[in-house]
Design a binder for this molecule. Structure first.
Ligand code: CMC
Length: 430
C-alpha cells in the first residue's frame, strides 16, 4: 500500500455565483478542504470553506494505525482483526503493535513488558497531591491532575522532536496510567496506596494495586481484564484521540496532550458512557421494567446508554467480544443480576423500529461495565479503566501526528455570525 496520496480522479465544481468551474484532485476518496479556497467571488474573498462542526465528514489526518468499517462492523489494529487480537494477544503486545506498527519479536516483547512494569511506580509527590482531594472526588478528575503533575515532573518531555524523549514519555504514559488510577481508587476508599510490583505482569499489578497486595488474583479475571484493555486500546479518530492530536499539535509535552484525551473521555457521551450504563441498569432494576424504560427512550426522555455510535451502524465488534468475556468472568464471580436487565434491553431494542431505523446497536460500553462491576471495580472507576486501555492508542496516534509532515498546529476556521462593528457604550449609559 502506497503511503503517498494517489490521484484517483478529479472533482469538477461550478460556482453558480461566478459561473466559474474548478477541478480538484481526488486522493484517498477525499478532496482537500484547502483546495476549495481557490473558489472565490473576488480577489479579497477568503475562499470557500466547509462547515462541519462535529467532524461528521472531515478526515483530520492520514493514519496507518486503526481501520474501522462502521457499516460492516469491522475493527483492525495495524491490519490485525480485533477478534484475533482479543483471542490470542496481550494488552502490552497490542500496545507495542499500535506504537511500532508491527507485532514484536519475543525479545522485543519481553523487553517492553519489563520496561513498562518497571515504570509503573509513580513519584511520591503525586501520591501526596492526591491526598489533597476530597474523599469522594471523581477519579477521572484525579487522573487529570495526576497527568498534569507528571508533565511537571518530566520537563524533558517538552522535547517532542527527540525520538528517545518521545519513547520515554510513551512508556511512562502506559505504565503510570493504571498506577494513578489505582491511587485515585484507594484514596476514594480511604485506603493506603499499594505500590506496583515489578515481578508481576501489568494486568495482575492493576488488580493488586486496586484491591491490595494480598488480593488473590484469579488468572481468568486477569485475562478478562487484559481482553477489555485490548478492546479499548484504539479506535481511530474518536473524541479523546482527536483531542490528544489537536492539543499535541501545539507541541506541548506528551503528558499534557494525553491529559486532553483524559478530559474528553470523562464526558458521558464518550468514555463516561460505561458508568452511565450501570447507573441506567440499576435505575431500571429488573427486566420487567424494560418496556417502560424503552417508552421513555422513544419519547426522548432518556438515552439508551451503551447504544449507538457515530461510526458503527452495525453491531460494535467489541461488544460481541465483551459479551463473550462476560461468561468467563461470571463463571468466577457469579452472574451479575443486572446482566438480565441488559440482555432484555438489548433484545427489546434490536427488535424495535426506533432502533432499527436509526441503526442503533450495542457499543463497547454496553457490557463492559458489568464485567468491571463483577471484578469489584466501582462505577466511578469505569472511565479510568477505559483510559488505561486507551493510553496506547493515544500515544500511538500522538506519535504518528508529531511525525506527520502534513501536520501543523490544529486550528479550525469559523463562520462568524456575531454583530458587526459597534462602538463601546459606557456602563453609565447602558
Ligand atoms: N438512545 C436513544 N436514541 C439514540 C441513541 C441512544 N443511545 N443514540 C442515538 N440516538 C438517536 C438520536 O436521538 C438520533 O435520532 P433522530 O435522528 O431521530 O434525532 C439518531 O439516533 C442519531 O443519533 P445522533 O445523536 O445524531 O448520533 P451521533 O453520531 O451524534 O451520536 C453517540 C453518537 C454515541 C454520541 C450517541 O449514539 C449516544 O449518545 N449514545 C449513548 C452514549 C454512548 O453509549 N456513548 C458511547 C459511545 S461508544 C464508546 C466511545 O466511543 O466512547
Amino acid at each position: 500500500m502506497s503511503t503517498e496520496p494517489q490521484v484517483e480522479g478529479t472533482l469538477s465544481v461550478t460556482d453558480s455565483r461566478t459561473g466559474q468551474t474548478y477541478e480538484f484532485p481526488i486522493t484517498d476518496g477525499t478532496v482537500r478542504a484547502t483546495d476549495l479556497r481557490q473558489i472565490k467571488t473576488s480577489d479579497d474573498d477568503f475562499g470557500l470553506m466547509t462547515y462541519d462542526p462535529a467532524f461528521m465528514n472531515t478526515a483530520s489526518c492520514r493514519s496507518a494505525i486503526t481501520y474501522l468499517d462502521g457499516d460492516a462492523g469491522v475493527l483492525r489494529y495495524r491490519g490485525y482483526p480485533i477478534e484475533q487480537l482479543a483471542a490470542k494477544s496481550t494488552f502490552l503486545e497490542v500496545a507495542w503493535l499500535l506504537i511500532h506498527g508491527e507485532l514484536p519479536t519475543a525479545k522485543e516483547l519481553e523487553g517492553f513488558e519489563k520496561q513498562i512494569v518497571d515504570r509503573m511506580v509513580v513519584q511520591a509527590e503525586v501520591g501526596e497531591s492526591i491526598k489533597a482531594f476530597a474523599r469522594n472526588a471523581h477519579p477521572m478528575g484525579i487522573l487529570e491532575a495526576g497527568f498534569g503533575h507528571l508533565s511537571t515532573l518530566y520537563p524533558e518531555a517538552k522535547q517532542v522532536e527527540s525520538g528517545p524523549e518521545r519513547m520515554e514519555a510513551i512508556i511512562n504514559t502506559i505504565a503510570k496510567m493504571p498506577t494513578i488510577g489505582a491511587m485515585a481508587f484507594r484514596h476514594n476508599q480511604g485506603k493506603d496506596i499499594v505500590a506496583p510490583d515489578p515481578s508481576l505482569d501489568y494486568s495482575t499489578n492493576i488488580l493488586k494495586m486496586f484491591f491490595g497486595a494480598d488480593y488473590e488474583v484469579d488468572p481468568r479475571l486477569v485475562r478478562a481484564l487484559d481482553i477489555l484493555l485490548i478492546l479499548h486500546a484504539d479506535h481511530e479518530q474518536n473524541c479523546s484521540t482527536s483531542a490528544v492530536r489537536a492539543v499535541g499539535s501545539s507541541q506541548v509535552d506528551t503528558y499534557s496532550a494525553v491529559n486532553a484525551g483524559i478530559a474528553a473521555l470523562y464526558g458521558p457521551l464518550h468514555g463516561g458512557a460505561n458508568e452511565a450504563v450501570l447507573v441506567m441498569l440499576r435505575e431500571i432494576g429488573s427486566a420487567d421494567n424494560v418496556s417502560d424504560f424503552m417508552d421513555k427512550v422513544k419519547s426522548r426522555e432518556a438515552l439508551l446508554m451503551g447504544f449507538g455510535h457515530r461510526v458503527y451502524k452495525n453491531y460494535d465488534p467489541r461488544a460481541t467480544i465483551i459479551k463473550g468475556a462476560c461468561d468467563d468472568v461470571f463463571e468466577v464471580t457469579g452472574v451479575n443480576p443486572l446482566l438480565e436487565v441488559a440482555v432484555a434491553l438489548e433484545a427489546t431494542a434490536l427488535a424495535d423500529d426506533f432502533f432499527i431505523q436509526r441503526k442503533l446497536y450495542p457499543n463497547v460500553d454496553f457490557y463492559s461495565g458489568l464485567i468491571y462491576e463483577a471484578l469489584g471495580i466501582p462505577t466511578e472507576m469505569f472511565t479510568v479503566m477505559f483510559a488505561i486501555g486507551r493510553a496506547p492508542g493515544w500515544v500511538a496516534q500522538w506519535l504518528e501526528m508529531i511525525q506527520d509532515k502534513d501536520q501543523k498546529i490544529s486550528r479550525p476556521r469559523q463562520i462568524y455570525i456575531g454583530s458587526g462593528e459597534r462602538d463601546y457604550v459606557e456602563v453609565s449609559a447602558r
